[in-house]
Design a binder for this molecule. Structure first.
Ligand SMILES: *Cc1c(COP(=O)(O)O)cnc(C)c1O
Length: 446
């Protein structure tokens, strides 16, 4: 059985997308296939092509597609006429989710958070977080960071750095100061010190902030990973200046960087944490804002939404916490696979004079430009590997493989990436021309 996709890029049916789907569509442009089935680490298209998924719904599918345990839990729940929609009424599914969150996630980490169910997308969790910070502190300004990505609704978009995304707003995006993220001016400059200087200078023009909103690893902004020291400094600065520390863990959380939370074992505790993407475990829409109980000053319904708490997602998220997070083994597996990824990317980087980014199973390689990155991801796709780019100029090829991928398949997918890079970029050492070729056979075993 051939596993690489057939050459024709479109089926007659795809005309419907040009006719009826808005031009705002994006991923479907670089991967113009029609997908009809997905299981584990694989996606299948309507023409029999099989693709290894190194995008994982931008880290919404950390446990792979249709994980059998999660799927069964959902099938059983639906078959028993479990409540699908109930606004924010109490349901069995919500009670089980909250108890499991408490027992499996919060208590073992000595974390004390209340869960606020927002509308089911990440941007909603961010809106809730910054609204709450403004309400609690009575301040307007939020400090966000260069290359940060926090969502598409106006409040979260104001905190997002990317000009292309910001341009869609149509109104001024204000009340946010974008400060340099860790490493923005290179290794020599500690940007936390710069921020401290600005905060302490009454004439810097920086208003007292309600919150610092930060990703520990910047998912869309180029896989920049902040150091634990920098994050601790930012957390300390927040405390000192009466601002709240919000970690946007929508992409870096749920195991992507190793632990359930990306900030575990870093020596600080955020005041507020946002989660979405892989929280449901199955790709169902589900978002959560976690807040310290003392900050819970909301009036009933003050931030609401029709789809607060998705009961189907409660069920799959509960199953995911039990399946993966009740046993520390899973975090160990992620760490081991993260090291494989690090070594492989380092090898590619060394061969071609490139650099790598990221942490855990959230890493990428800087190939220099968006055009080069697009060539590489296009070659990968033609070889049956779904992989995307990240960064200010889309210059980072990012690997977001499912966390549950077995080692052989993982290596085979990385072989495709390595080969695609070797085909696109010359090796630094001329004598290494042929060493760019992988010693594994290109293509994936059936
Ligand atoms: C994806 C993402 C968001 C927005 O989530 P949506 O579900 O797309 O609204 C916010 N923050 C981060 C860090 C993200 O990666």
């Amino acid at each position: 059985m051939t596993t690489t996709p057939k050459p024709s890029a479109t089926t007659p049916d795809t005309k419907i997308y040009e006719r009826r789907e808005s031009t705002v569509r994006s991923y479907s442009r670089s991967m113009p296939r029609q997908f009809n089935r997905a299981q584990g680490v694989w996606m299948h298209d309507s023409e029999g092509g099989r693709y290894l998924d190194f995008l994982s719904g931008c880290s919404s599918l950390n446990y792979g597609h249709n994980h059998p345990v999660l799927k069964q839990a959902l099938v059983d729940y639906i078959a028993s006429d479990g409540v699908t929609h109930a606004l924010d009424l109490h349901t069995d599914a919500k009670a089980r989710f909250l108890s499991t969150l408490e027992d499996v996630i919060l208590k073992p980490r000595s974390l004390n958070y209340r869960a606020m169910f927002t509308g089911p997308t990440g941007t909603n969790a961010v809106e809730a977080a910054i609204k709450l910070a403004r309400k609690v502190t009575g301040r307007e300004m939020v400090v966000a960071f260069t290359n940060g990505f926090h969502g598409m609704t106006l409040g979260a978009l104001a905190c997002t750095g990317n000009a292309g995304k910001r341009g869609g707003a149509g109104v001024p995006l204000g009340h946010v100061s974008h400060e340099p993220y860790d490493g923005y001016y290179g290794d020599e400059v500690d940007t936390a010190d710069l921020l401290e200087q600005r905060l302490e200078d009454p004439s810097s023009g920086l208003d007292a902030p309600a919150a610092f909103l930060v990703e520990t690893v910047q998912g869309e902004g180029g896989l920049n990973a902040a150091s634990p020291e920098w994050l601790r400094k930012i957390a300390a600065l927040a405390k000192k200046h009466g601002a709240l520390m919000i970690v946007d863990d929508i992409q870096a959380g749920c195991g992507r960087t190793g632990g359930f939370f990306s900030f575990e074992d870093m020596g600080f505790t955020p005041d507020i944490v946002t989660l979405a993407k892989s929280l449901s475990g199955m790709g169902l829409p589900f978002a959560l804002t976690l807040l310290r109980p003392e900050l819970d000053v909301w009036k009933p319904g003050e931030h609401n939404g029709t789809f607060r708490g998705n009961n189907h997602a409660f069920v799959t998220a509960t199953a995911a916490m039990r399946e993966f997070w009740a046993d520390p083994k899973f975090a160990g597996d992620i760490a081991r696979r993260g090291r494989i990824l690090e070594q492989r990317l380092e090898r590619m980087a060394k061969r071609h004079g490139l650099s790598t980014r990221g942490r855990g199973m959230m890493r990428g390689i800087n190939v220099g430009s968006g055009d080069v990155a697009e060539k590489i991801t296009g070659t990968c796709f033609a070889e049956g590997l779904i992989i995307e780019t990240s960064g200010a100029h889309d210059e980072i090829v990012k690997v977001l493989a499912p966390l549950v991928i077995d080692d052989d398949t993982f290596q085979a997918g990385l072989d495709i990436l390595e080969e695609a890079i070797a085909e696109t970029i010359a090796p630094v050492d001329a004598s290494g021309t042929t060493s760019g070729k992988s010693d594994r056979k290109l293509g994936l075993a059936a």
